[in-house]
Design a protein around this ligand. Structure first.
Ligand code: NAP
Length: 296
């Protein structure tokens, strides 16, 4: 009997102390409402935003992402042009297409789905997009604006992460933010966004020594590594906010870089995978297209 009471108290304690999985779906719904209003206003000005999507690879994940983007474009009545190529496409063909789209005033955003076929120079092709139409925010001009803290197009995943932190009311100013991963599209970009919002930012990577020294001091921990369940509760700070960017496929299931169940009793907030950062990324893209269109 006494033992049962003890177990109940312990269970109750654990439930009381559990952190929260952030309701990213709810956040996305709110952003969708705001976006709908923005697009209605554009339509009132006879502007229908248009996105051009270029797919030049047989990558299965890319096809899934392109499908998701297409469905969201339909939901928001954004026009979409798709350019799909096989492995015979040449760099010149793509550059000519981008040139045409750069000069087409009815096209607001150009998106090149990565990765491209191996024989194509990704950097050269991405850098050919007019920076004002680079809705992915990968062009050096947009990255430069991010580093300088100036206005520009912000890449989609980092933009989504900031909206999550803002929505849960996390005051970023003065916080210790640790980002694990230094890719341009996630790690470096989110690090600069956090820095621009006055966090004290540390970027960790595969050569970082004593990773847990940094993670244990992180008020905000962003994990973009690509290793399933890489982060567990023993190396995070009590009461922290953990943002899991990872998308990994394990035994046919999608899992993140954070062991969500394990960290839950230590964090204040954590995002889940699936249903976390990923669903904000595509929406950020559509928002970027609408923002570019509003400058027409
Ligand atoms: P990436 O380019 O492969 O970068 C991974 C980073 O992790 C690198 O900087 C690497 O360090 C670092 N790393 C690897 N092993 C490490 C270790 N043991 N300790 C510390 N750091 C380590 O990947 P990415 O494009 O940034 O993507 C990361 C993850 O996010 C992937 O799972 C990807 O699928 C996912 N993702 C999700 C979204 C979304 O919308 N949710 C968007 C983009 C990416 P080095 O630089 O030293 O190699």
């Amino acid at each position: 009997m006494l033992y049962h009471i003890y177990v109940l108290i312990r269970l109750n304690d654990r439930m009381m102390n559990l952190g929260q999985i952030i309701d990213v779906k709810g956040i996305v719904e709110k952003r969708k409402e705001a976006l709908k209003l923005k697009i209605d206003k554009l339509n009132d000005r006879n502007i229908v935003p248009k996105l051009a999507v270029i797919l030049a690879s047989f990558d299965e994940a890319s096809k899934i992402y392109v499908g998701k983007k297409k469905r969201l474009c339909e939901e928001f009545k954004i026009l979409q042009e798709e350019y799909i190529y096989d492995e015979n496409v040449t760099e010149d063909e793509l550059l000519n297409l981008i040139d045409k789209l750069n000069n087409d005033d009815t096209v607001d955003g150009i998106l090149i789905q990565l990765p491209l076929f191996k024989h194509l120079d990704e950097k050269k092709i991405l850098n050919y997009i007019k920076p004002t139409k680079d809705v992915d925010g990968f062009h050096p001009v947009n990255l430069g604006n991010l580093v300088a803290g100036s206005k520009g197009i912000v890449s989609c995943t980092p933009k989504g992460i900031i909206t999550i932190l803002e929505d849960i009311g996390e005051d970023i100013k003065g916080k210790n933010a640790v980002v694990i991963g230094r890719s341009v599209i996630v790690g470096k970009s989110i690090a600069h966004l956090l820095l621009n919002k006055d966090a004290t930012v540390t970027i960790c990577h595969s050569k970082t020594k004593n990773l847990e020294y940094y993670t244990k001091n992180a008020d905000i921990l962003v994990v973009a590594v690509g290793i399933p369940k890489f982060i567990k509760s023993d190396i995070i700070k009590e009461g922290s906010v953990v943002i899991d960017v990872g998308i990994n496929r394990v035994d046919g299931k999608v899992v993140g870089d954070v062991d969500t169940e394990d960290v839950l009793e230590k964090v204040k907030y954590v995002t889940s995978v699936p249903g976390g950062v990923g669903i904000t990324t595509v929406l950020s893209l559509i928002e970027n297209v609408a923002d570019v269109a509003s400058l027409r």
